[in-house]
Every structure is written in structure tokens, then in C-alpha cells.
Design a protein around this ligand. Sequence first.
Ligand SMILES: O=C(O)c1ccccc1N[C@@H]1O[C@H](COP(=O)(O)O)[C@@H](O)[C@H]1O
Length: 211
Amino acid sequence: MTTAKICGISTAESMHAVIAGAASHVGLVFFPPSPRHLSFDAAMALAARTPDHVRRVGVFVNPEDGLLEQAVAAGKLHAVQLHQTPPARAAHIRQRFARETWAAIAVRSRSDLDGVREYVGAADRILFDAKTPPGAALPGGMGVRFDWSLLDGFRHPIPWALSGGLDAANVGEAVRRTGATLVDTSSGVESAPGVKSVDKIAAFLQAVAAS
Ligand SMILES: O=C(O)c1ccccc1N[C@@H]1O[C@H](COP(=O)(O)O)[C@@H](O)[C@H]1O
């Protein structure tokens, strides 16, 4: 069975769609350049609307401890998703905050997978995401997909999830092709950057359930 994380939720309406569609995880973004960035007050309000069986994942880009402290408390986070965060720093965060720790690996070529093993003991899960173009404002959340065949034959040393350009139309193929048991999407369920579509969230979650 494959489960899903819907990332970048910022309204009560889209949180409702996540819960109604039975997503396993919801992502709350704490990265000011992102159109999905949340204030601590907004995160607190959204967390209050979320049952604990939907795991709240905070999304960060090489965060400082101070940001993590406030975000973990405001969002009542169960997990932290770390982009562009070196293994030693991820290990520190995992130990200090005692939250399930996801390390995002940006993939464009097979050699990008070499870094995965460095996160053994430092992260609980690897999130394979597509590398965004050089100079891009964001390291994720841009609807960029990578060549899933790069994962063929890869021996995963820890649990993992798949993201990068997933939507209702391609997630079934992505699951069949990679064997992912957890998939993650953000821009694939939006009508514009940062604007979630409840219909697209429902369609994505239905496609995952059917996969
Ligand atoms: O969504 C964002 O704004 C974001 C900002 C900074 C780091 C990661 C971000 N999103 C993550 O990117 C992947 C893929 O997104 P997409 O489906 O291709 O749009 C997803 O895991 C988001 O959690």
C-alpha cells in the first residue's frame, strides 16, 4: 500500500481536503522565499485542525536551531524534512529535536545517489526529490521531475519516499516504476504557485489509493 504526503498546505480548506482524502502526511513549509511559507501563528492554527494520525512534517532548508524550535512547537511537528542539510547537521537536529528526520536528496544523475549512505544514522528517511535548475529560488516545490529509472537497482539503506513533479496523472506510473510506498507532492496539486486546489488534492489521493 502506498501512502501520500501533501506538502505546502496553508489554508483550512486545503487541510480539510488532505484529511478527507486520507493522506498519511501533511507538509508545512518554513522557508520564507517559498510561496507556501507559513508564519508560526498560521502553522499553529493549521496544526490545531489536524488529527494526529495525519503526520505533520515541517519542511526546512538547512535550518538554524532557533527556527526549528519555534516551528516544531507552533506546528506540533511529528517530523522534519531537511533540504540542503549536510548529514552531520541532520544528525544534530534529529538528536536535539527528537523528531522523525527526513533528508531530501536532490537527484538529476545517478551519482546524486552516492550521498544517501551518509545519512544512515543521521536521518530516518530519504526523500528523493528532483534537482531544481541552477539559480532557482527554491530547492523543491517547483514541479520538476527526475528520471525514475535512476533508482533502478538502488539498494536503499533506510526507508525512503519519492517526490518531484508528481501529480494525479503520473503518480500511478511513478509508484509502479519505483516501488515507492510513500509519495509526496506540492505543485502537482496547485492551480498556481502556493495555491492548492482541493479537487487536485482529491484526485491525487485517489490516484495513490488506486496505485
Ligand atoms: O514547496 C516548497 O515551497 C519547498 C520549499 C523548499 C524546499 C522544498 C519545498 N517543497 C518540497 O519539494 C518537493 C517537490 O515538490 P513538487 O511536488 O515538485 O512541487 C516536495 O517534497 C515538497 O515537500
